[in-house]
Design a protein around this ligand. Sequence first.
Ligand code: ARG
Ligand code: ZN
Length: 465
Amino acid sequence: RGVALLATLSVLACAPTDGRPAHADEPPAVAGYRPGAAGIGDPDFPDDGNGGYDVSHYDLAVDYTPKTKQLEGQTTIQAAATQNLSSFNLDLAGYDVRKVTVDSAAARFRREGDELTVTPARPLGNRSRFTVKVVYGGRPKAAMDSANLGTYGFIPTSDGAFVASEPNGSKTWFPNNDHPADKATFDFAITVPAGLTAVSNGELQGRPTTTGGKTTYRWRERQPMATYLATATLGKFDLRQGRTPGGIPEYAAVDPKFKSSLDRLYTISGEVTDYWSTVFGPYPFSSTGGIIDDYMAGYALETQTKPLYGGFEPDATIVAHELAHQWFGDSLTLKRWKDLWLNEGFATYAEWLWQEHKGTKTAEAIFKELHARPADDPMWAYPPGRAKPSDLFNASVYTRGAMTLQALRDAIGDDTFFRLLRTWTADHRYGHVTTEQFIALAEQLSGKNLRPLFDAWLFQPRRPS
Ligand code: ARG
Ligand code: ZN
């Protein structure tokens, strides 16, 4: 499903002074220093992310009150300049920005649409490390795109919030560099009215602390994470903690409406995590698990370490999909959204591998049924190797993307195919990937010319023979 752009009115934080045109309050230009770009350079999503710096860590403090739907936040960002910077942008949708500092000194800022432009008191030299602190607050407004992506981002629910941000909704709850090409580690301190629970990525740090009727949950994600994978889903939850049979720390959390699903979610998620570790290579993160919230029936997202299931109890196949994403999407992350089949095609193929593992059906049989679809089926007109920004999550990206992997497996044989998957995840662990890199590795390991196969399956608007 898809989304158009948010039509947010801009707010100017500082008024021009002496009759010179807009932004005349900015310090005089210093030779050789330029503003960072307002986008990271993804041609399909030109406003997403930002240029001129690279984030290494986010420290998020978020205090949310479901009754008033008021969010008070403080985000501390550790970053390094990748050019001489006179100013730089963060992505933020909505909220009043109360204060911005860079390296503890007050910084000027202005708002325009979903861009927050920060001008530090002193320009930042290329490669210098700096710390940005943003204090902000207001009522969250989820991102909405009825044509394509639906509602996503920070979504208030009756007892809290459901937070799922793919592809660019994390700016609806904290200021950041909102594109997967810039990953960072995260610390979360989420404060909620006592009696509620906040669930984020990674591991719980100590016991939650309660003062003045409010409880703070501290979570830490120590491996790099794309901003769209961050969550702070909160409300009434039952939590189960332990380890998978293979020894990986695990957290499962369910809304009281799904109380009876807690043990099943916990058991299946542990079993799937352990199994994928034997197929795809070592599990990339420090914990696994899942969250079921009472919202958005049928929706799921591979939030890092804890996939989020909205309004339903997932069966093992869906858990297999979301946990396969921990390797394909979360550890190995897209540089550009057009390569989305590297996430969704692989996770869908993992569903087929799960069924093969369970003896229900082989991937080959599933492939054959799909290949028999008539030549005018819309899947054949949409080449999955080039996801369209106006129809990013088209079914072809999932299904025909998965079929591409079965066609590849047929061409190179099981031994090489599964060695390829494990080499792929090992070579790019915690990094970024492109379709071109995958094709090159497949050719290298198989010693075959696979260009015609990938071209027919990924890039042609017709059914491959
Ligand atoms: N990655 C999700 C999945 O595993 C889909 C997310 C779709 N995003 C959206 N805003 N609708 O299927
Ligand atoms: Zn998926």
